[in-house]
Structure formats: structure tokens, C-alpha cells
Write a protein that binds this ligand. Structure first.
Ligand code: ADP
Ligand code: MG
Length: 241
């Protein structure tokens, strides 16, 4: 509507794609469980940032997203909040006893994985939401063990994930939500080829999404000198069947 357009233009949010839901103005306007709202508040997030205002409702509508916004604009929570919400919901419902991961986020570096997992743990505190790291520099056996205990979200680097998948049986067929952080950086490192070769399994859910980017593209634009494309995140969110 005109109101939505006005709001977006005020927030400098640019959107491409059909039926993209309007931005949210507060976290409490989403139908989140109290616990998640408390965790968001405890993290010090009073108001969603512009990228979160648009990306969160879009992700919750089941759309695949390509999100681009400047460094520091809050892209991490823009995909972690939907991930925590959706995972906790799935677990409460039919998948309760299952131990397979429901979400996976890949990032180009170990350090970034650690930060993303840290934030995921904070946001998922007290909810049925466990996380596992899959990165180098730590024993693979331990990481595997943790996944086998049952986690909702895996945060990893492509390299270590591929090692783990090549040598072990990890079942990713329940992964409903797949995120790639700093995807521009990952594609520069030849990750796209690795994806095509290694991750496209019988359930081609993950890479399907990746190749059909741009259903909704939202970017908060900056003062013109800065390069918005520098730092880009893609979150592919698959709807529950
Ligand atoms: P990006 O990935 O876009 O570079 P981050 O997700 O790393 O940015 O967020 C940058 C900083 O902003 C982090 O310290 C994060 O905790 C903080 N942050 C994220 N969302 C909010 C919010 N809604 N309110 C206040 N701070 C936030
Ligand atoms: Mg980031």
C-alpha cells in the first residue's frame, strides 16, 4: 500500500519481489513467544534496525531472501531471529522427538561462525533451541558428537562442513532453513562450486534456494560513497511443507 511504500522510503529500504510483507516497527508486533522477546531485549535490541524490520517479516512469510546492507546494520539478527522462532516452533510441534538439525548457517570464517553461534545461543536461551559449531581448529569428533546429541542449528564454515559430511553420516534432510552469511565473500572463495558438488544431495532444498536468490531484496542504502554491495547476506528460508 502507499503507507508501506512511504515507510520503506523513510527507512531507506528497497525491496524487489512479489508480495513482500510490510516492515515491522517493533519486535513485539511479531507473534513471538515471550521468551524470545525477552532474549531480544536482554541482547539490548530495543527496536529492530531497518534491515531487521523488513527481513524478519519477509523471512517469516517463507520467502527466500537476499539481503544487503552496510556492516553493522544488524543483518545477523535479521536471519537469526526468524531461525530461532521457526526452529523453536517446529520442535514444539511435530518434530519434537527428532534429533536432526532444522537450520544451517554457513559463513566464510571460523571467527564469524563463533560470533553468529554466540548470538544464536543468546536469542534461543530457554527455548527448545540448541546449536552446534562446525569449524576448524577444534576436534571434529567433538563437533560430530554434539550434532548427534540433537541440535536445531548448525553454524559452520563450508570447508569443515564438507569434511564432516564426507567422513560421517549427518542427516540434513530436515534442514528447512538455510543461511549464507557474507555470501559475496563466500562466492569469491569458490564456495559456489563446492556447493554444487557437495551439498546438493537428494534433498536439493538448500541449493535450490541459493540459485533462486532475489525473491526479495532489501537494502538500507547509505550515504552514496559507501559500497553497499561490500557486505551482503543471503538467507534462504524454506517454507514448511
Ligand atoms: P552486520 O552483520 O550487518 O554487519 P551485526 O549483525 O554484526 O551487523 O550487528 C552489529 C551490531 O549491532 C552487533 O553488536 C549487534 O549486537 C547490534 N545489533 C543488532 N541488532 C540490533 C538492534 N535491533 N538494536 C541494537 N543493536 C543491535
Ligand atoms: Mg554480518
Amino acid at each position: 500500500s502507499d503507507q508501506t511504500e512511504l515507510l520503506r522510503s523513510r527507512l531507506e529500504i528497497h525491496v524487489k519481489g512479489d508480495l513482500v510483507p510490510p516492515p515491522i516497527l517493533s519486535f513485539s508486533s511479531c507473534n513471538f513467544p515471550q521468551k524470545l522477546l525477552q532474549n531480544i531485549e536482554a541482547a539490548g535490541f530495543e527496536m529492530p534496525t531497518p534491515v531487521q524490520m523488513q527481513a524478519i517479516p519477509a523471512a517469516l512469510s517463507g520467502k527466500s531472501l537476499l539481503v544487503s546492507a552496510e556492516t553493522g546494520s544488524g543483518k545477523t539478527a535479521s536471519f537469526l531471529v526468524p531461525i530461532v522462532y521457526l526452529c523453536a516452533n517446529f520442535r514444539f510441534e511435530q518434530f519434537r522427538d527428532r534429533k536432526k538439525p532444522l537450520a544451517m548457517v554457513l559463513t566464510p570464517t571460523r571467527e564469524l561462525c563463533i560470533q553468529v553461534e554466540e548470538q544464536a545461543k543468546l536469542l534461543g536461551k530457554g527455548l527448545p533451541f540448541k546449536t552446534a559449531l562446525v569449524v576448524g581448529g577444534d576436534a571434529m569428533a567433538r563437533q560430530l558428537h554434539r550434532i548427534q546429541q540433537g541440535v536445531e542449528l548448525i553454524v559452520g564454515t563450508p570447508g569443515r562442513l564438507i569434511d564432516l559430511l564426507t567422513k560421517n553420516d549427518i542427516q540434513l534432510d530436515d534442514v528447512k532453513i538455510f543461511g549464507l552469511d557474507e555470501v559475496d565473500c563466500m562466492f569469491q572463495r569458490g564456495f559456489r562450486d563446492q556447493c554444487d558438488k557437495n551439498l546438493k544431495t537428494d534433498d536439493d532444498i538448500m541449493m535450490n534456494g541459493t540459485h533462486s536468490v532475489g525473491e526479495c531484496s532489501s537494502s538500507t542504502s547509505l550515504s552514496s560513497q559507501q559500497d553497499v554491495e561490500d557486505d551482503c547476506m543471503i538467507a534462504v528460508v524454506l517454507s514448511e511443507e
